[in-house]
Design a protein around this ligand. Structure first.
Ligand SMILES: Cc1ncc(C[n+]2csc(CCOP(=O)(O)OP(=O)(O)O)c2C)c(N)n1
Length: 326
């Protein structure tokens, strides 16, 4: 009964949920300098998209991107260490929460600049096309980012040059505390695809299967040289915009939050789907126990790792500053 994709998807969703909960805890304990953006509630969209990609495909993220490398299969230890600013982190402690990069799984970077990951993935897709590999690139961004100029410029160029890139919007209905209905003349981001002559699809972002299928279709199209697609996953963020920052609630109703957190929790929905598919409670508990153990291990690893030395602050800023000077 157990199918590899189902069990792996559930494991990755649980890793993201547990990882984000641990980061929130570490912020309140003062272990994380600054704040962090949680992706709890958006796990099915993240994992559904990432699991349609190969390990050597590229992926770019956003300011809310702890979950994206996890969705693509990254090990948790170095991600957690990065968030705590430790030398054992994926960017040796220089990047922090909003700049995780893990090239071993194709994660080419995240950006605190809203929309910043979109041209990065478009460039990676151009490189794959020039090098004639069959790699694709997928870029995650929010509904707010789809109003940035770079979204339109990138999508237009990708459409004309038929670049193998998937524009993946996680529409959680808010840009920080601004509702999408106040900032979009047409609230369905996917319909913008028409303006560029590429396919645009809307999927239920709380449903792993729906996201996985839609992304597989877009990936197949990109690999076949048919160009980009725009996917809009309607989803919901459970935590506040930024955990540990001054922005608090008041911009969304308790009724709306209760609805998503009880009826539309992607992790609970996935569990119910797997039970209906014949998984036993024991099968699922084993996956849940494994995810908790991995998160605990990552926290221990990160806490016990050293910080970089202050005199190393200017190292790793450029790939090779000497070569640039010559
Ligand atoms: C270019 C730029 N403009 C504004 C900001 C401030 N800012 C940080 S997150 C955010 C909201 C982004 O909303 P969205 O793209 O929908 O992503 P979400 O936070 O919903 O995941 C804004 C405006 C920024 N970081 N960069």
């Amino acid at each position: 009964m157990i199918n590899d994709i189902d069990s792996e998807a559930y494991l990755r969703m649980l890793r993201i949920r547990g990882f984000e909960e641990a980061v929130t805890r570490l912020i309140t304990e003062g272990e994380v300098a600054g704040a962090a953006h949680s992706s709890v509630g958006q796990e099915a969209a993240i994992v559904g998209a990432c699991m349609a990609l190969r390990n050597d495909d590229y992926m770019s993220g956003t300011h809310r991107s702890h979950g994206h490398p996890i969705g693509k299969g990254a090990h948790l230890n170095a991600l957690m260490a990065e968030i705590l600013g430790k030398v054992t982190g994926v960017c040796k402690g220089r990047g922090g929460s909003m700049h995780l990069t893990d090239k071993s799984i194709g994660s080419i970077g995240e950006s605190a600049i809203v929309g910043g990951g979109i041209p990065l993935a478009t460039g990676a897709a151009l490189s794959a096309q020039v090098r004639k590999t069959d790699q694709v690139a997928l870029t995650f961004f929010g509904d707010g980012a789809s109003n940035e100029g770079v979204f339109h410029e990138s999508i237009n160029m990708a459409a004309i040059w038929k670049l193998p890139v998937i524009f993946f919007c996680e529409n959680n209905h808010y840009a920080a505390v601004t509702p999408a209905r106040d900032t979009h003349g047409q609230p369905d981001i996917a319909r913008r695809a028409d303006g560029y002559g590429i396919p645009g699809v809307i999927v239920d972002g709380q449903d792993f299967d729906a996201v996985f299928k839609a992304t597989q279709d877009a990936v197949a199209r990109a690999r076949a040289g048919e160009g980009p697609s725009l996917i809009e996953a309607k989803t919901y963020r459970f935590d506040e915009h930024c955990v540990g920052l001054f922005i608090k609630g008041g911009y969304r109703t308790q009724e709306e939050m209760d609805y998503y957190m009880t009826e539309r929790d992607p992790v609970k929905l996935m569990r119910a789907t797997l039970l209906a598919r014949g998984y036993s409670d024991g099968d699922l508990s084993a996956i849940e126990t494994r995810a908790i153990a991995e998160v605990d291990e990552a926290v221990t690893f990160a806490k016990s790792s050293p910080y970089p030395e202050p005199e190393e602050a200017f190292e790793l800023v450029h790939a090779d500053p000497i070569a640039i000077r010559r």
